[in-house]
Design a protein around this ligand. Structure first.
Ligand SMILES: C[S@@+](CC[C@H](N)C(=O)[O-])C[C@H]1O[C@@H](n2cnc3c(N)ncnc32)[C@H](O)[C@@H]1O
Length: 271
């Protein structure tokens, strides 16, 4: 897979904490999740990482979130308040959980799931087939910044826990704006950091230490579950991310904290 915009790649500087975006310069490669290269979001590196953890991805999601991940995705679908027979693109669809939730919760909805990890899509396709949902749900390989979708052809777009991994998140959001019809709706789920003092301390301990250890043990991948907290820590705070969404052609942008702000649900409208 080619590396779109490799020279202008953006990432969040780990040094900034507050999420100032700087050009990436570190080389690719394996890392321990704490070094600066842990946040290298070269598409081939990210796709390779998800290819390798794909067999354990769903299990780890459920275990590490204590089953809350399913609720967060359902909430994202419900918050969009989609009409019947709506056309949705699910960007960074992974193993298709959000796409599946959408076709189940919205009568007549058709969903196109796009992801660049073949292994994640393969597991998604098995689930879609077993659930008998192939008539309403298609999965295709593609990059978030170059969606294989016609301009203004979708009523809604969703991205769950994917935007943080995209090397050029601003380009991906602009691309979503391209494929949405005027007043089309966007829902983005992404991890945040709780602000309530006691909960924050407990959560950060879990997220920085326990989660990577469990993730490493179960996935047998050395850095993927260290990359997770590192990338969340470097992601822009809600106010800043809302501004980014707005700057790429959206209005009525809001951020809804879920489960004490462990996750944020961003909702916006095109135009
Ligand atoms: C954490 S998983 C989330 C999967 C799914 N949306 C969910 O809710 O479980 C992130 C997914 O984003 C995909 N991804 C990251 N950057 C991408 C890009 N630029 N284009 C397409 N897919 C991308 C990865 O391959 C991975 O499957």
């Amino acid at each position: 897979m080619s590396d779109p915009g490799a020279n202008e790649r953006e990432r969040v500087s780990p040094a900034s904490g507050a999420g100032r975006w700087t050009p990436a310069s570190e080389p690719e490669g394996e890392s321990d999740g704490r070094s600066p290269s842990a946040l290298d979001k070269t598409p081939s590196r990210i796709a390779g990482m998800f290819d390798r953890i794909a067999p354990r991805y769903d299990l780890l999601n459920a275990v590490l979130s204590a089953g809350l991940d399913r609720r967060w995705r359902n909430r994202a679908v419900d918050e969009l308040a989609l009409a019947r027979n709506t056309r949705v693109v699910d960007v960074c669809t992974g193993t298709a959980d959000l796409a599946i939730a959408t076709v189940r919760r919205v009568p007549g909805a058709t969903v196109l799931g796009v992801d660049f990890s073949g292994a994640m899509l393969g597991i998604g396709l098995d689930k879609v087939t077993k659930a008998g949902l192939r008539s309403g749900l298609r999965l295709v390989r593609g990059d978030a910044t170059r969606l294989p979708v016609a301009t203004a052809s979708c009523d809604a777009a969703t991205i769950a826990f994917g935007i943080r991994n995209v090397a050029e998140p601003a380009a991906a959001i602009a691309e979503v704006a391209r494929v949405l019809r005027p007043r089309g709706r966007l829902a983005i789920l992404e991890f945040g950091q709780p602000v309530i003092p006691g909960i924050r301390t407990l959560y950060l301990w879990y997220f920085r230490y326990l989660l990577p250890a469990i993730g490493r043990l179960v996935s047998k991948h050395n850095s993927a579950y260290s990359y997770l907290p590192a990338s969340v820590q470097a992601f822009p705070p809600p106010q800043e991310f809302m501004k980014l969404i707005e700057s790429r052609g959206f209005s009525h942008v809001r951020a809804v904290p879920l489960t004490f702000g462990i996750v944020y649900l961003y909702i916006a409208e095109k135009g």
